[in-house]
Design a binder for this molecule. Structure first.
Ligand SMILES: [Zn+2]
Length: 255
């Protein structure tokens, strides 16, 4: 029997008995079986004309079985209503439990990581904060990666320095610099000429931060495989403004 026909029958019984359609359907599915999922109960499919999954039968839900199931529903209205309510209540409880678990998990993370949470709360609004907040809100296993934790820790350092008024400006363009820094992020992206590049962001011990783009495979592997995020950076500053500087292509990195 076609899925759409079964639905119409269920709607009919629903309107005469006052049982929600979904509940009627649930019992019909249980008692008569479901129509074939491939052909929706028509028995026809594709270029062969006959559905290969149910071999043209349309599945278990024959008109006779569906009629029998509907009759049973009509004969057992109070029972069907009670069952439906208990299923509904169970679903609601599972949903509530899930929400409580999630809230607990978020609170627990905040309690366990007060400094990270402080940084997250106090960092300026922007993409990074938004993405972390969204991740926290949708907390699930593995949402807070090592990289994100490290970035938050560095953010806390930066915020503290800012609070103390000790953010240092990045060196001027053309300066050759050797400095210890923490790699806060790296990812593949495109430069303004649409070339694929590996972009690395860092935060220096002096308080200024910046980034550099590389394409050298060996250097990329070195960065990806670093045990700690600390590295010694050497190179020429290509661009800088305020406390942000960009290294040129002569950048060297020693973990
Ligand atoms: Zn079929």
């Amino acid at each position: 029997m076609r899925k759409s026909e079964i639905k119409t029958e269920c709607e009919g019984v629903s309107s005469t008995t006052g049982i929600p359609v979904a509940w009627v359907q649930w019992h019909v599915d249980q008692r008569a079986g479901k129509p074939c999922a491939k052909c929706s109960g028509t028995g026809l499919y594709g270029m062969w004309g006959r559905c290969f999954r149910c071999e043209g039968s349309g599945g278990k839900a024959t008109p006779a079985r569906v009629a029998e199931a509907l009759k049973w529903v009509k004969d057992n209205v109070p029972h069907v209503l009670a069952l439906g309510e208990s299923r509904e209540k169970g679903r609601q409880t599972r949903k509530e439990n899930k929400a409580i678990n999630k809230r607990d998990a978020i609170e627990m993370w905040k309690r366990d990581n007060p400094r990270h949470w402080w940084a997250l709360e106090n960092m300026p609004e922007g993409e990074f904060r938004d993405s972390l907040m969204a991740a926290l809100d949708n907390i699930q296993k593995g949402w807070m990666t090592e990289k994100r934790m490290m970035a938050l820790w560095m953010k806390a350092d930066e915020l503290e320095r800012q609070a103390r008024g000790v953010v240092k400006d990045a060196p001027l363009k053309g300066a050759t610099v050797e400095i210890r820094a923490t790699i806060t992020d790296y990812s593949w992206c495109h430069d303004r000429f649409a070339n694929q590049i590996f972009r690395v962001k860092f935060q220096t011990v002096e308080g200024w931060r910046g980034r550099f783009d590389i394409t050298d495979a060996i250097l990329i592997r070195t960065i990806e495989g670093m045990q700690s995020n600390m590295a010694l950076l050497r190179g020429t500053i290509e661009w800088s403004k305020g406390n942000f500087g960009i290294f040129g292509s002569d950048i060297r990195l020693t973990p």
